[in-house]
Design a protein around this ligand. Structure first.
Ligand SMILES: [Zn+2]
Length: 290
C-alpha cells in the first residue's frame, strides 16, 4: 500500500501537550499523549522499567544496546516495546548516542533511504528528525534528558540531552530543523512562528537536587544560561536549561509538557546511571507516525 507524503496537518493546531501513563496488555508502561495521537497520528512515549524481558540491574525493559547486558537482550526488549505499542511493522532507528548535538534526518520513506539514515545514525547521533510515517525513532536514557518535539506540519524529533548536549543547545538546534521544515512547506511564515506551534515533551531525567556537578561544569552552565539554571553553587537544573534553550528558539511555554520525575529519586520506575553506580539498563523515548 502506498503511503501519502507528510500529511497537511498544519491546517490544524496541535492540541496542547498532556502526558499520561499508558499500561499495555503486556505490562509495558510509557508516558504518552493520547490527544496528540488522535489529532496527528503521532504516537510517542517515555518508557518505564516495567514489562520487559531483562532481569537484575537491567530489569526489565532495558533498551540500551550498549548498556552492558548485550545487544541481543536490548533488541528483544525493543521488539517487545514495538509490539506493545502497536508498531511492530515500523522501521526501527536506534542511533549510537555519543553525547553530541548531531541530528540525523529521515525525510524519505523509501526502504533504502531509511537504511541509509540508520547507517548514518550508527556513526553517532543524539537526535533524529523524522518526516515520514512508519519509522520508529528510539533513543535510550539513564539520567540524561529525553526530549520529544512534534511539529503541526507532521514531522517530529527525539533528542538525547545529557549535560553536554543540553549545554550544546541540542534542543534549539533540533527544534530549528523542525521549524525550517515546516516553513519550507509553506506552513509558517517564520522560524519563530513554526517553533511556537510545536509541542515539546520532556521525559524523566536527573533533577537538580540529585545533579551535583563539578565547579567546571557548574561554571559552563552559569556562563551560558545564567543563574536561573543553577539553584546553588554545586547543582544544575537540566530541565530549566532545556526550557530556556527551547523558549529562546521560539517555543511556547504552554506547549512544553514534563513527566516531572527524577530518575535518581525514582529508580524503581526508571533507570539511573548515578543511583545504580553505573550498571543499569536504559529506558526509552520513542516516536512514530502511523
Ligand atoms: Zn532526585
Amino acid at each position: 500500500m502506498r503511503k501519502a507524503p507528510i500529511a497537511r496537518l498544519h491546517d490544524r493546531e496541535l492540541p496542547f501537550p498532556r502526558l499520561s501513563l499508558e499500561t499495555t496488555g503486556s505490562g509495558v508502561r510509557f508516558w504518552t499523549d493520547a490527544a496528540l495521537e488522535a489529532a496527528s497520528s503521532v504516537r510517542m512515549g517515555f518508557t518505564e522499567r516495567a514489562g520487559g524481558l531483562s532481569s537484575g540491574p537491567y530489569a526489565s525493559l532495558n533498551l540500551g544496546r550498549f548498556a552492558g547486558e548485550g545487544e541481543e537482550a536490548a533488541r528483544a526488549n525493543m521488539r517487545h516495546l514495538m509490539e506493545a505499542a502497536g508498531c511492530a511493522e515500523a522501521a526501527l532507528i536506534n542511533p549510537q548516542q555519543v553525547h553530541g548535538t548531531r541530528a540525523v534526518m529521515v525525510l524519505d520513506g523509501a526502504p533504502e533511504a531509511i537504511a541509509a539514515a540508520d547507517a548514518a545514525a550508527q556513526e553517532g547521533a543524539d537526535a533524529l528528525v523524522v518526516g515520514v510515517p512508519d519509522v520508529f525513532a528510539l533513543l535510550g536514557f539513564a539520567d540524561c534528558v529525553p526530549v520529544v518535539m512534534v511539529s503541526p506540519a507532521g514531522a517530529f524529533a527525539v533528542a538525547h540531552a545529557g549535560w553536554r548536549g543540553a549545554h550544546g543547545r541540542i534542543v534549539s538546534k533540533t527544534l530549528g530543523v523542525l521549524a525550517d521544515l515546516a516553513c519550507a512547506e509553506g506552513a509558517f511564515a517564520s522560524r519563530q512562528e513554526a517553533a511556537a506551534a510545536c509541542n515539546i515533551y520532556i521525559g524523566p531525567y536527573i533533577h537538580a537536587e540529585c545533579f551535583e556537578v563539578s565547579a567546571d561544569v557548574h561554571g559552563l552552565f552559569s556562563e551560558e544560561f545564567g543563574r536561573p539554571v543553577c539553584p546553588d553553587a554545586s547543582h544544575v537544573d537540566l530541565g530549566a536549561v532545556i526550557r530556556a534553550d527551547a523558549v529562546g528558539a521560539g517555543a511556547d511555554t504552554r506547549r512544553i509538557a514534563d513527566v516531572d520525575a527524577c530518575t535518581v529519586c525514582n529508580e524503581d520506575r526508571f533507570f539511573s546511571y548515578r543511583a545504580s553506580g553505573g550498571t543499569c539498563g536504559r529506558h526509552g523515548a520513542f516516536v512514530v507516525r502511523k
